[in-house]
Design a binder for this molecule. Structure first.
Ligand code: FES
Ligand code: FES
Length: 156
């Protein structure tokens, strides 16, 4: 099948029952997307498909053919982190960091749709992403900090 992952065309031989998470991690070595519950309950595997946050563990790879897949590897680049990544560092929003890629992708989808989310809107948008370390208040602050950064850079 032919895929678009982080803006690059990717061809892969994929069995019918392969999940998008298995394809990303096990075939393409894109291990920034995490596997935790593997049953759609934690959000660690969140990636964007055509801009929508989805659980990669519940999504068949073949269902994504022709759609634009964006993973954490495509959010920023070494030496050029995304504003969300900078804000997570600034707010100390990652403790163990295992949930962080999924939180960041869900937050990226939120900020693409809403440049100035309230606390409640951030909490609602990230409600499908669990953090076992309980850094939720810092995550909310980080998302709002990134939103402010992106708004101010858009004003320039
Ligand atoms: S690993 Fe997919 S929702 Fe938990
Ligand atoms: S920082 Fe550890 S699970 Fe969220």
């Amino acid at each position: 099948m032919n895929l678009s992952i982080n803006g690059r065309a990717v061809a892969a031989d994929v069995a019918g029952a392969t999940t998008l998470l298995e394809l990303l991690r096990d075939t393409l070595a894109l291990t920034g997307t995490k596997r935790a519950c593997d049953i759609g309950e934690c959000g660690a595997c969140t990636v964007l498909v055509d801009g929508r946050p989805i659980y990669a563990c519940l999504t068949l790879a073949h269902a994504c053919e022709g759609q634009a897949i964006r993973t954490i590897e495509g959010l920023g680049a070494p030496g050029a982190p995304h504003a969300l990544q900078e804000a997570f560092v600034a707010e100390d929003a990652a403790q163990c960091g295992f949930c962080t890629p999924g939180q960041l992708m869900a937050a990226a989808a939120l900020l693409a749709a809403n440049a100035d989310p309230s606390d409640a809107e951030v909490i609602a948008a990230l409600s499908g992403n669990l953090c076992r370390c309980g850094t939720y208040p810092k995550i909310v602050r980080a998302v709002r900090r990134a939103a402010a950064t992106l708004r101010s850079s858009a004003d320039v």
